[in-house]
Design a protein around this ligand. Structure first.
Ligand code: C2E
Ligand code: CA
Ligand code: CA
Length: 584
């Protein structure tokens, strides 16, 4: 044993004297040192140390056998014995009663580990010191520890490092590899966009197979020294050494794209792997790798929306953090009734009458302040909160109508338009949502208009068609919002039960200065006429615009010229004031 470098230690004749100690602790003074040692389960021996010389006084069977093997193995190597002499001299000089340490050596079947303990024994009147040495084989424990650790640091499915393992591999590379002076490292984060769909439609086995194949392909494109890890369910990441900064990173991205370009065969189907890629470059080698991984993850989030490879820039992380805090605050706000609807009047352009209001979500948060709807609706869509937000808006709008009716003492001749998000339409049963909202508030369906966008129809035309007909069964009018900005198939418009086209603000607000816009507005108006649809113009900010649209035969208008969105009570007063006026 390396730890027992006692090549030149003579084995003294075994002392038969009983070991001394505290009187009370003596079990039987007749027991000899040999008998004590023999009773110990581990290898144990008594050493004698005097003037830098070490000898073995006694030892149990295991100890003496090991000593023999050790002598055979280390014959001629002085160093190891010296190491022991040094350790024991230090131990004795320390004045401590005991010292434990681990020693390792290369065994026939791999590394072996031993826990050694030195204990000071009474010197028995001799000049030197007696020491009890016990040695316990810890090789098995260490092997178990190692396996557990490997499991802890790697992903069982792909055998790649996991998030923790990735961190350790990076630290190892940064510490132990030689890096040129101005080198950087980069993290490339890869998110398999359609992975959850594969899991849902083909089952988790196919999902696993996909991950394994992707892991293999990504690995095949790696350079030596790069590290690939699976850091989340469908998230992979690569640590790469960059000698030429961004251009190196982009080369790696190119290789990733090539590796994933050909379809993967799964359960008899050819699956194309779509992925979002985000990169972050370290400022220097001192930068905390965890920070760089986080930056790459922020970039990949942006890439999921943009569809392009995104490189982390300053501010991206802030944006991601803001989205994250919007998401968690919005979840609370929805649960605690922290949102409100604002109502913007819809004006009949020929008569000036108020025909209804568009309900627009408003959110004032204690921490974030007033968050614009475009921002929190996008976060709600991304996080799935849009279904509860949409449900809340439909119920609240129907309730507002019934509260206005109650205030007036009879049903008032106005309706409310409710916005529907394409994601909400895909995920929720919107028809039964409206049915319940109407039933609960006692309002008739003809007073609640659904506003949806062209993208909701394009995403799943069959589903959209069914929904629209279900809404018609409830007597609800249907408006096509932001009309002109999407890619509507005009033929499909004709076959769908749509009642109203809302011309997008971007065409209306500048139509008096921009001839092209005016042409578009005219075209939409004549298209609507031939399809028998009514038209609402959004974004009317001036009297001139209101007049021009009125002359063009546009049915309804909405915009700051008439009124901004307002609270439920203000909206009622607004209507009440004008209704009186008109009936006089
Ligand atoms: P949108 O459906 O196109 O709503 C009209 C937007 O134009 C509103 O913005 C409104 O305040 C604004 N607007 C009205 N008149 C004028 C004008 O004369 N000039 C200008 N510059 N703007 C005008 P808002 O309230 O910021 O809402 C933005 C978008 O957020 C809405 O666009 C809609 O897509 C979405 N949104 C709002 N509330 C909801 C909701 O409850 N559910 C869903 N799914 N989306 C909502
Ligand atoms: Ca709208
Ligand atoms: Ca609109």
């Amino acid at each position: 044993m390396e730890s027992m470098s006692v090549r030149n230690w003579p084995v003294n004749k075994t002392s038969s004297k009983p070991l001394c100690g505290d009187d009370d602790a003596h079990l039987d003074p007749g027991i000899t040192a040999d008998q004590w040692l023999a009773a110990l389960p581990q290898s144990a021996g008594i050493l004698y140390f005097e003037n830098g010389n070490l000898s073995v006084v006694a030892g149990n069977r295991r100890f003496l056998d090991a000593l023999v093997r050790y002598r055979q193995r280390t014959a001629g190597k002085v160093q190891e014995a010296d190491e022991w002499v040094g350790r024991i001299a230090d131990f004795l000089a320390s004045g401590n009663d005991a010292l434990s340490f681990e020693m390792g050596r290369d065994g026939k079947l791999g590394p072996e580990y031993f826990m050694c303990t030195l204990g000071r024994l009474p010197a028995d009147g001799e000049d030197g010191h007696k020491i009890l040495l016990t040695i316990t084989d810890r090789t098995t424990e260490r092997a178990i520890e190692k396996n557990l650790r490997r499991e802890l640091l790697s992903d069982g499915l792909t055998a790649l490092p996991n998030r923790t393992g990735f961190g350790e591999e990076i630290d190892d590379r940064l510490r132990n590899n030689a890096w040129p002076e101005h080198a950087q490292f980069g993290i490339i984060a890869i998110d398999l966009s359609r992975f959850s769909r594969v899991n849902e439609s083909l089952g988790p086995m196919a999902g696993d197979e996909l991950l394994i194949t992707v892991a293999k392909r990504l690995k095949s494109g790696l350079r030596q020294g790069d590290v690939l890890a699976r850091i989340g369910g469908n998230d992979f990441a690569i640590f790469a050494r960059l000698n030429n900064g961004l251009s190196d990173a982009l080369h790696i991205v190119q290789r990733i794209k090539e590796a994933l370009s050909s379809p993967i065969r799964l359960s008899g189907l050819q699956i194309r792997v779509d992925c979002a890629i985000g990169c972050a470059l370290s400022i220097n080698l001192e930068e905390d790798p965890d920070d760089v991984v986080r930056k790459a993850q922020a970039a990949v989030k942006i890439a999921k929306r943009s569809g392009k490879v995104e490189i982390y820039r300053n501010g991206v992380l802030k944006e991601a953090q803001r989205r994250f805090s919007i998401e968690s605050r919005l979840r609370d706000a929805l649960a605690q009734g922290g949102l409100a609807l604002a109502y913007q009047p819809l004006i009949h352009l020929q008569t000036g009458e108020i025909t209804g209001f568009e309900a627009l979500a408003r959110w004032d948060d204690d921490e974030l302040g007033r968050v614009p709807p475009t921002e929190f609706i996008a976060v709600a869509e991304e996080s799935g909160l849009i279904t509860s937000l949409g449900r809340w808006a439909a119920y609240e709008a129907a309730q507002a109508l019934s509260r206005w009716d109650a205030k007036f003492g009879q049903v008032i001749p106005v309706g409310v338009n409710v916005n529907l998000s394409p994601i909400q339409m895909a995920r929720d049963d919107v028809a039964s949502m409206f049915e319940e909202a109407l039933r609960y508030s006692g309002v008739t369906g003809n007073r609640l208009t659904a506003e949806l966008t062209e993208s909701a129809i394009i995403a799943d035309p069959d589903k959209a068609r069914k929904l629209l007909f279900a809404l018609k069964d409830l007597q609800m009018p249907i408006a096509m919002d932001d009309f002109g900005t999407g890619f509507s198939n005009l033929a499909s418009l004709h076959s769908l039960p749509i009642d109203i086209l809302k011309i997008d603000r971007s065409f209306v607000s500048t139509m008096l200065e921009d001839r092209d816009k005016a042409v578009i507005v005219r075209t939409i108006l004549s298209l609507a006429e031939s399809l028998n649809l009514r038209v609402t113009a959004e974004g009317i900010e001036t009297q001139d615009l209101a007049h021009a649209l009125q002359k063009m035969g546009c049915w309804q208008g909405q915009g700051y010229h008439f009124a901004r969105p307002m609270s439920e009570n203000d909206a009622y007063d607004y209507w009440r004031a004008r209704w009186n006026f008109e009936t006089i």
